[in-house]
Design a protein around this ligand. Structure first.
Ligand SMILES: O=C(O)CCC(=O)C(=O)O
Ligand SMILES: [Fe+2]
Length: 403
C-alpha cells in the first residue's frame, strides 16, 4: 500500500525535526498570528467606520470629495473627535502636533467625530503627517491616528460648520414656550444628601440580598434601577413586569414628587415609575426621545451630585439645531410638549463639558427620572418624526395589552 512505503532519504531530509517545545512554540505562534489577524481586522473595520461616518456627516459620496492627495498645511484627523475626551481633546491634539515645527492650531467640533489641524506651511505639515499618521498615539490610548490632507477650500467649509470653534451655539432656544421647564435649586443640599443616602442604602441592600444584579443594570457606562415598572432596553418601552408591592415608588421619593406636581401645576401628573441612574465620570446616555407611547406627556429629571450638560437636537437638524442645558445638582427639569415629543436629548459620553467658556471635568452624577406609564400605549401627538405609535413592536405590545 502506498502509505506503507518507506520514505526515501530525500523525503526524510525534507522533514523538519521538531521537539515538543517547538510544537508549543508552533501553536503559540499560531495563536499570536491569529490574534494579530483579528486585531488587524478590527483596526481595518474601525478605520472604515471612521471614514464612512465622516463622509456620511458631510454628505459626500467618496473620500476624494473631501481629502486631497496633494499635501497641504491643513490636516484632518479622521478618527479623533470631541466625544472621546471632551474638551481635553483639543489639548491632547495640541500636545501631539505641537511637537512639530509650524503647528498653529487644532480645531475640534463638539458635534463631530473628526478634527482639524493647521500648520504654518505645507512642508511643516508634511513632516508631522509622516511622523503621526497611522501610528499608535500615547495621548489617545495608543489609538492609531488617521490623517488626511484637506485642501484650503474644504478646510474652510469643514471649519465653518455651525459647531466649530468650540461654541455650542444655541441655534434654537428650547424654553418654556416649547415645553422645557428648568427649576434650579428644586431641592436643598440637605435634601440632596438625604436622597443620596437613601439611594446608597437601597443599593447596599440590593447587593446584600442577591448581588443586586437583578435590580441594577449597567447600560453603557451608567447604572440604572427602575421602580414601579421595568424598562425593556430592546424595545425601548416599559417592560412587561407588572407593578408589585415591592416595586412601588420608594417612600423617600414621595415628598419631592408631591412638590414636583405643585411646582408647575399645568404639568402635574401622578407618576408610577421612577428611575435612578448613576453616571460615573465620562458616562452618558445616547440621543433618544423617551418613547411617546410608553409614557405620558410630562417627563421630570431631578439631578444630584455633579453638574452635567444635556444636549438637545431635533431630527434632521442635528448639525445646526443643537442646544445644550447645564443640569445643576438639585435642579428639576421638566420636558413636556414639543421639548418632550419633538426633540431628542442626550448626555454625551465624554470626560469634560464646556460651560461658559471653561472646561469642566465631569464627576459622579445621579439622576432621578419620574414618569407616568401611558395606559393605552397610544400616542396622537403632532410630532410624527420621533413618534413610535405605528412601530411594529409597539403594535404588538398594544395587542398584548388588549388580550
Ligand atoms: O439622567 C438624565 O439626566 C436623563 C435621563 C434620561 O433622559 C432618560 O432616562 O430617559
Ligand atoms: Fe430621556
Amino acid at each position: 500500500m502506498l502509505g506503507d512505503e518507506e520514505p526515501t532519504l530525500l523525503e526524510f531530509g525534507d522533514l523538519e525535526i521538531v521537539s515538543v517545545s517547538d510544537v508549543d512554540k508552533g501553536t503559540n505562534a499560531k495563536r499570536i498570528a491569529r490574534r494579530e489577524r483579528i486585531e488587524k481586522y478590527r483596526m481595518c473595520k474601525r478605520r472604515n467606520e471612521a471614514y464612512a461616518t465622516m463622509l456620511r456627516m458631510e454628505g459626500v459620496a467618496g473620500s476624494a470629495d473631501l481629502f486631497s492627495q496633494q499635501p497641504s498645511r491643513t490636516i484632518c484627523v479622521v478618527n479623533i473627535g470631541y466625544s472621546a475626551e471632551g474638551l481635553l481633546t483639543i489639548q491632547l491634539l495640541e500636545s501631539v502636533f505641537s511637537r512639530h515645527d509650524g503647528f498653529e492650531r487644532a480645531v475640534v467640533d463638539t458635534a463631530k467625530p473628526y478634527s482639524l489641524v493647521v500648520f504654518r506651511s505645507t512642508n511643516e505639515a508634511k513632516v508631522a503627517f509622516v511622523e503621526i499618521n497611522d501610528r499608535p498615539c500615547p495621548e489617545f490610548k495608543n489609538k492609531y491616528l488617521l490623517l488626511e490632507y484637506v485642501s484650503p477650500s474644504i478646510f474652510t467649509r469643514l471649519a465653518n460648520g455651525p459647531m466649530f470653534g468650540l461654541t455650542e451655539d444655541i441655534a434654537e432656544a428650547l424654553d418654556e414656550s416649547r415645553g422645557l421647564y428648568y427649576v434650579a435649586g428644586f431641592i436643598s443640599e440637605q435634601e440632596e444628601q438625604a436622597i443620596l443616602a437613601h439611594i446608597r442604602d437601597d443599593e447596599e441592600r440590593d447587593i446584600a440580598t442577591n448581588g443586586g444584579s437583578d435590580k441594577w443594570h449597567q447600560i453603557q457606562e451608567r447604572y440604572v434601577k427602575h421602580y414601579g415598572h421595568s424598562f425593556d432596553y430592546k424595545t425601548k418601552h416599559v417592560g412587561e413586569v407588572a407593578m408589585t408591592a415591592s416595586q412601588q415608588l420608594p417612600l423617600w421619593s414621595l415628598a419631592f414628587i408631591e412638590r414636583m406636581s405643585e411646582c408647575i401645576p399645568a404639568h402635574s401628573m401622578k407618576p408610577d415609575m421612577l428611575t435612578i441612574q448613576r453616571y460615573p465620570p465620562g458616562a452618558g446616555i445616547s440621543f433618544h426621545v423617551d418613547s411617546h407611547t410608553a409614557f405620558t406627556d410630562t417627563l421630570s429629571v431631578l439631578s444630584l451630585g455633579a453638574p452635567v450638560q444635556m444636549n438637545f437636537r431635533r431630527p434632521g437638524t442635528h448639525k445646526a439645531a443643537l442646544t445644550s442645558l447645564d443640569l445643576e445638582p438639585r435642579s428639576l427639569l421638566l420636558l413636556t410638549g414639543e421639548a418632550r415629543y419633538a426633540w431628542e436629548h442626550a448626555i454625551r459620553i465624554r470626560r469634560t463639558d464646556l460651560v461658559d467658556g471653561t472646561i469642566r471635568e465631569r464627576r459622579e452624577r445621579w439622576s432621578i427620572t419620574i414618569r407616568k406609564v401611558n395606559e393605552t400605549f397610544e400616542c396622537d401627538c403632532k410630532y410624527p418624526d420621533l413618534c413610535d405609535n405605528d412601530a411594529e413592536a409597539v403594535q404588538r405590545l398594544r395587542a398584548r395589552l388588549r388580550d
